[in-house]
Design a binder for this molecule. Structure first.
Ligand code: SER
Length: 595
């Protein structure tokens, strides 16, 4: 049996022996990337470096990274899907390429000194080729040279073997590694193409050679990179001879905590088991998100809305298990205890996590009660309907006004011998979604880690603003968040009260004076301690490497930052603060544009 802690250490140790620098994983909330709500892959914080920025730790890197993907939140509950997972990753930034990457993966998986998996139970997939790029014969050649038989190699299309983190950004063909999860040995000819259900993906090696600018344009990156991602939960599953991530010791203690509060024994009823898995996944994800150094609280927008959805869904499934009161904190404490070693921020932010969970849970239970009460008020009228159909409009009203979930309206209607007109509900819901999507549209514009000229300009302007705020308001001003699109910057910072009109005007004037001086922007790589000693601003609570990049703007500002930035600030144009408002307790938010 191997534990998650052991697997993380082995992975880092193995790549250390291959001259990789161990870097720390980053926050779940991406900095300066307006295009996604969460860090969705191990490579995500490395996008600038994959695009060509030099990394201060060198060209061979390894880490473990917590990730959140909510795209298939509705699939969670089956044996394999998770919203929150860990990725073990190694990177070559313009250093080694396919041959070494494949050899390293094979050695780590099969060598007796490392994971010692049976090579006969491994198979791979390789990109089949299309109009954009040719078949990846090079990878196939290296697999064969390593000893993988031809019939264990499946050639698949871009939908399987082309990896891109978003509609734009670094991308390329990948080769994926699978482990046999059925009984006995895989028969001859079995691979991911012929026998998809019996092979579980454990590792993905992406050969990032291209940058997607837009739908039609794919350009070559300055260097050939390798980006690999090994799913920690899935690898633990196969290493320990299990068939579901929920059977592993990653989830078993969380499931035990749910059994304890629900008095339900996992394994006795299929539908209830699904609920247990959903609760386990969602509490784990919410604990990681709220417990992040840039923790997000449940709310009605952006990442906060995702947390809210996760928790409310967990509460609803708790009710399916017969839990009436609050129960989220018990399993959350287990998550903190089990993962606090690898992610100390969970321990540091324990109180915040437990408080937010309790608050959200209480609020939602109240919502449920109100909704049920409203339903009861509607009931006499509803029962008069001879067809026993509740209109979708009414069900939507319960949802929209009281936040009452449609599944519960369905249930209550069912208990009273009625059905809900779901088509009508769905139509009203769709209209509502379109409206909210219009609001969220900005989040998804531009593709992953947009490094267009315009966002780079806003990035540099953010440094100027940060410094000017400290000059006008004081040194207590610290960056709490930054969000940049091609049209504006948004900057959150700690400050106890609203800024006066005069303060806003002074900050704006200082930034514009510096722009008029057309200062040069320079970058240096140095140990973090030296950067701090040189007075560089660094984000409190952010995890940095021991060696960092420092961007200096003339004699005006010095900040630890991944970049990129403009070369001279004269090109920024006119800086205008459009809004200064409250963001949350003790945090102000500025929205500004470059004209
Ligand atoms: N970026 C790839 C993935 O997420 C490999 O790390 O699968």
């Amino acid at each position: 049996m191997i534990t998650p802690d052991e697997l993380r250490s082995k992975y880092l140790d193995f790549f250390r022996t291959k001259d990789h620098a161990v870097i720390s994983g980053k926050s779940l909330i991406p900095e300066n990337d307006p295009t996604v709500l969460f860090t969705t892959a191990g490579m995500h914080p490395l996008v600038p470096y994959l695009l060509g920025e030099p990394h201060p730790a060198g060209k061979r890197l390894v880490d473990y990274q917590k990730c959140v993907r909510t795209g298939d939140i509705d699939e969670v509950g089956d044996p394999a899907h998770l919203t929150c997972f860990e990725m073990l990753g190694n990177w070559s930034l313009g250093d080694y390429f396919k041959k070494e990457s494949i050899a390293y993966s094979w050695e780590f998986l099969t060598s007796k000194d490392w994971l010692a998996l049976d090579p006969r139970k491994l198979s791979v997939t390789v990109f089949k080729g299309d109009q954009n790029a040719p078949r990846d014969d090079e990878s196939a050649f290296h697999w064969k040279s390593t000893g993988v038989p031809e019939d264990r190699i499946a050639y698949l299309p871009a939908s399987d073997n082309w990896w891109a983190a978003g509609p734009s950004g670094p991308c390329g063909p990948d080769t994926e590694i699978f482990y046999w999860v059925a009984e006995g040995m895989p028969p001859a000819g079995s691979n991911k193409e012929t026998d998809p259900a019996n092979w579980m993906e454990i590792w993905n090696n992406v050969f990032m050679q291209f940058n997607r600018i837009d739908e039609k344009t794919l350009v070559k990156l300055p260097a050939q990179n390798v980006d690999t991602g090994m799913g920690l939960e899935r690898t633990i599953t196969v290493l320990n001879g299990k068939t579901s991530v929920y059977q592993t010791e990653i989830f078993q203690p969380i499931i035990a905590a749910i059994e304890f509060v629900s008095h339900y024994a996992y394994g006795s009823d299929q539908a209830k088991d699904t609920s247990v898995r959903i609760i386990a996944d969602h509490i784990r994800a919410a604990t990681f998100i709220i417990g992040d150094p840039k923790g997000v609280s449940p709310s009605n927008v952006g990442a906060g809305y995702v947390v809210r959805r996760l928790l409310r869904r967990a509460v609803r499934h708790g009710r399916k298990l017969g839990i009436e009161g609050s129960f989220l904190s018990g399993p959350a404490m287990i998550v903190i205890e089990r993962f606090g070693g690898a992610y100390p921020e969970l321990v540091e932010n324990r109180e915040r996590v437990l408080t937010e969970l309790a608050r959200e849970e209480a609020q939602f239970l109240e919502t449920l009660q109100k909704g049920e009460h409203e339903f009861e008020k509607m009931l006499p009228n509803l029962l008069r309907n001879p067809q026993k159909i509740m209109s979708g409009r009414l069900a939507f009203k319960l949802y929209d006004t009281y936040g009452f979930p449609i599944e519960l309206t369905d249930e209550l209607a069912g208990e009273n011998g009625m059905t809900v007109n779901r088509a009508e509900f769905d139509e009203a819901f769709k209209k509502h979604q379109e409206l909210s999507r219009a609001g969220a549209g900005e989040t998804f514009k531009g593709g992953l880690a947009d490094h267009s000229e315009q966002t780079t300009r806003y990035h540099t302007a953010t440094h100027l603003l940060h410094k000017a705020l400290r000059m006008v308001l004081g040194d207590h001003v610290a960056q709490k968040g930054s969000n940049i699109t091609t049209e504006r910057l948004r900057f959150d910072f700690s400050h106890h009260s609203a800024m006066t009109a005069e303060e806003v005007a002074r900050v704006q004037a200082i930034v514009n004076e510096q722009i008029a001086r057309d200062l040069e922007v320079t970058m240096d790589v140095m140990p973090l301690e030296d950067a701090k000693a040189a007075g560089a601003m660094a984000l409190f609570g952010e995890k940095y490497e021991s060696v960092v990049k420092v961007y200096t703007i003339g004699d005006f500002s010095k900040e630890v930052c991944g970049g990129p930035h403009v070369d001279r600030i004269g090109s920024l144009g006119k800086f205008v603060i459009q809004k200064e408002q409250s963001s949350s307790a003790g945090v102000r938010r500025i929205r500004a544009v470059l004209e």
